[in-house]
Design a protein around this ligand. Structure first.
Ligand code: 8YV
Length: 317
């Protein structure tokens, strides 16, 4: 039994796998393995344990003749060619639900940092430029009582909205379907995307990456937003047209953006790096020790269930 883990994971998640076969762990350090490297690494694998940053392509799946199962410790599984796995009857598991509250904390921090220009202000102090208080220094936008537009009212969108409610925000949302539970709990109002873009002070994205969500936020969508609005993306980079966003930020089409994910992650559109009105994080919204450990363990539990012939805990639908 050969289990390939694409990157080091916490010991508590790795140890139970070691008892089950020959475990090969990928390199700790970036850069992310290329598609060819992943294909080579999993060629002889029975089971692959992967993470959101490590793509498992259709080519790699078709090239791994012994492959019987793929588990990811992410809640998103757009890095795996699930169609290619299904064609070969290979089950894929993910790790949903665990990161919701931690991610909502992280996204709300990014939202506040963007609205209140904390990135710029911090760089200013570190550069030794703080030489005295002035009444107009780093004026930002109020988050309390502002209108929040949640694109995708799933578990993370809802956890974020609960925090927004504590800030007395008005909550609009859009989704493929209405979520009446969330409406009751949060007083959220279901609106079409266009209306959400027009009325929100903060637009935050919580959709999976699907063909229909790729570039959901493009130049035209950005032009519908208020000039004073900010955009927060912690979902998947390609949901936003990054070049169009950089241009919109430069031209003042919108006021600011907070990004945790990138269109060609880990590359960041170079023109964004030069802008002050964008807060850039390295995909850390879910990065608490407890949550990452629980996600890592959950992927292991899915693999153990598979090896023991038990029902999978989190099969990808
Ligand atoms: C992390 C994510 O990469 O779960 C996902 O899909 O994108 C991320 O937040 C993840 O928490 C790693 O387990």
């Amino acid at each position: 039994m050969r289990i390939v883990v694409t990157r080091p994971i916490p010991d508590v998640a790795l140890a139970p796998l070691r008892g089950r076969g020959d475990v090969a762990v990928g390199p700790a350090e970036p850069p992310i393995p290329t598609p060819d490297e992943v294909r080579d690494a999993i060629r002889e694998a029975d089971v692959v344990y992967t993470l959101p940053a490590n793509p498992v392509s259709g080519d790699a799946i078709r090239g791994a003749r012994k492959l019987r199962m793929i588990a990811t410790m992410g809640t998103g599984y757009d890095n795996i060619d699930v169609g290619a796995a299904k064609e070969r009857g290979i089950p894929v598991t993910f790790a949903p639900g665990i990161l919701d509250e931690t991610t909502a904390d992280g996204v709300f921090a990014l939202l506040l940092a963007t609205a209140r220009r904390l990135g710029e202000a911090e760089r200013f102090v570190r550069a030794g430029k703080f030489r005295g208080w002035t009444p107009t220094m780093f004026l930002g936008r109020d988050v309390h009582h502002a209108t929040l537009g949640v694109v995708g009212m799933g578990r993370i969108g809802r956890a974020l909205s609960r925090r927004a409610k504590g800030f007395a925000m008005r909550i609009l949302y859009t989704d493929a379907r209405r979520n009446e539970d969330a409406e009751r709990e949060l007083g959220a109002t279901f609106v079409p995307l266009d209306q959400l873009l027009r009325e929100s002070d903060v637009v935050t994205l919580h959709v999976p990456l699907l063909p229909e969500t790729r570039h959901l936020i493009d130049a035209a969508a950005l032009r519908k937003m208020k000039r004073t609005a900010i955009l927060i993306n912690s979902s998947r980079g390609p949901v936003v047209d990054e070049k169009a966003l950089a241009e919109a930020l430069r031209e003042g089409v919108i006021a600011g953006a907070g990004l945790d994910v990138y269109e060609r992650e880990p590359s960041v559109e170079p023109s964004l790096l030069a802008l002050e009105n964008v807060v850039l994080l390295p995909h850390i919204a879910s990065a608490s020790e407890a949550t990452r450990t629980r996600m890592a363990v959950r992927a292991t539990e899915n693999i153990l269930a598979f090896l023991d012939g038990k029902p999978l805990l989190d099969p990808v639908p």
